[in-house]
Design a protein around this ligand. Structure first.
Ligand code: PMP
Length: 450
């Protein structure tokens, strides 16, 4: 119950400011399970309903204004309603929304992705990150002729069955850190489907090596978020990603980087560029669509040529490479997320994280504030966070109080920092003033919850 976690004064302010959201949610929940279109959007006592977004700001149903640092969990790196994206989408709409046959813009878009990810030879587009990782696994299995997949405890790759394990397992059921239980995350997922999914901790090369040896010749791929952003924000230890690359090569296992979040966020070419690693397959999503639903699956030609019609691996979809989405994505990559914009968001991200760190120190709260590029998070814990187990030591009460307090003062971050699993993001539309304002609100919120 949220009332047990958040002081009455903070919760009362939320409910007093958002009465229309409550009414809208009451109506929605009669016809939509939980009143929300995606499970991650729900929180108690009821979620905020937004009505409008422009640039760095959004407005809720009651007319309250917020600086948006959630940005649809990373999809809105350009900010809301960016004029270049609006123009591109409107222009395409007038020529039709879909064709169901190839069109030239997709090639241009994929060339732009390849420019950012030069170690890839080709991309196929999907409609979401979920589809991207699902197809990545199929492709890895087809290419290697092996079935097993290793994932990292605490990483999230979307909602298909194969990887819906050990995302946020209760510690009482998670097994030892060095041999995590394959914990099925929810109901409706047949045990048989995850029989070939193995789980390993992040930032621990030795355990990974032991797992590879134990299943020698059986593992098709290791998939991970190179910088996990679904257990807050965990930075890789020095050399960890390079060591993983070496180890996967030694054991003949494909390395899949799920860059749905890190993608064009931490650098133009994501973690591949930031850490100088060439994985075998890269999955992209969110920000590359400029706010429209997309995913992308990239790899070397020898791997992607397993896909039909070059090979026998199915990959299809009515909405794949939709011209509206491709137009939005192209405008975002070419005209919004320029080198200048990337430096801008990184600079603002640094300012925001430093502001939070200073406030944490001044006020004397136990917290870790890891950040990279335009993103960062606060874990209310005195434990250094290096993996899922250490990330799980955060204080839930402080996390939720902090989040509601920010919201009450006009700063939107992912709900409850999604139970310690999310991070803030600064968009190309944010300004220094937006960040200064946010740091001021964060300082007050930390004082309120201390
Ligand atoms: N991979 C990662 C790393 C993600 O963060 C997400 C979504 N949060 C997904 C995959 C799934 O993407 P989508 O929601 O577009 O299916």
């Amino acid at each position: 119950m949220i009332e047990e976690l958040v002081q009455e004064k903070i919760l009362d302010t939320y409910t007093a400011r958002t009465t229309k959201s409550k009414d809208l949610w009451e109506e929605a929940r009669k016809v939509i399970p939980g009143g929300v279109g995606s499970g991650f959007r729900y929180y108690e006592p009821y979620p905020l309903f937004l009505e409008r977004g422009i640039g760095s700001k959004v407005w809720d149903a009651d007319g309250n204004e917020y600086l948006d640092y959630c940005l649809c969990f990373g999809a809105l790196i350009a900010g809301h309603a960016h004029p270049r994206i609006v123009e591109a989408v409107s222009g395409q709409l007038e020529k039709g929304s879909m064709y169901g046959v190839p069109h030239e813009k997709t090639t241009e878009y994929v060339r732009e992705l390849l420019r950012r990810f030069p170690s890839m030879d080709m991309f196929r587009l999907t409609n979401s990150g979920t589809e991207g990782t699902m197809h990545a696994l199929r492709l890895a299995r087809a290419h290697t002729g092996k079935d097993k997949i290793v994932k990292i405890e605490g990483c999230y790759h979307g909602v298909h069955d194969y990887l819906l394990v050990s995302i946020y397992p209760p510690l009482s059921k998670a097994g030892p850190r060095w041999a995590p239980t394959v914990y099925i995350q929810g109901e409706g997922i047949p045990h048989g489907t995850v029989r070939n999914t193995l789980v390993a901790p992040y930032n621990d090369i030795e355990t990974m090596e032991n797992l590879f040896k134990k299943h020698e010749g059986e593992i098709a791929a290791l998939i991970l978020e190179p910088v996990p952003m679904n257990m807050g924000l965990v930075l890789p230890k020095e050399e960890y990603l390079k060591d993983l690359r070496k180890l996967t090569e030694e054991h003949n296992i494909l390395l899949i980087f799920d860059e749905v979040k890190t993608g064009i966020r931490i650098a133009a070419g994501g973690a591949c560029e930031y850490y100088g690693i060439n994985p075998d397959i890269v999955v992209l999503g969110k920000a590359i669509g400029g706010g429209f639903p997309v995913g992308a699956l990239g790899g070397k030609e020898e791997i992607l040529s397993n896909i039909y019609p070059l090979g026998h691996t199915p990959h299809a979809g009515t909405y794949n490479a939709n011209p509206i989405v491709v137009s939005a994505g192209l405008a975002c990559l070419k005209h919004v997320m320029t080198g200048h914009a990337q430096r801008h968001i990184n600079d603002l991200g640094e300012r925001l994280a430093n502001g939070v760190k200073d406030a944490v120190e001044d006020i004397g709260i136990e917290a870790q504030v890891p950040h990279i590029g335009p993103s960062g998070t606060v874990y209310f814990t005195d434990v250094e966070v290096t993996d899922y187990r250490t990330a799980s030591t955060y204080d839930r009460k402080k996390t939720w109080e902090f989040w509601f307090s920010l919201l009450n003062h006009g700063v939107l971050t992912p709900p409850g920092l999604l139970e310690g699993g999310e991070q803030w993001l600064v968009s190309a539309a944010h300004t220094k003033q937006d960040v200064e304002e946010a740091v001021h609100v964060i300082d007050s919120a930390l004082r309120e919850i201390k």
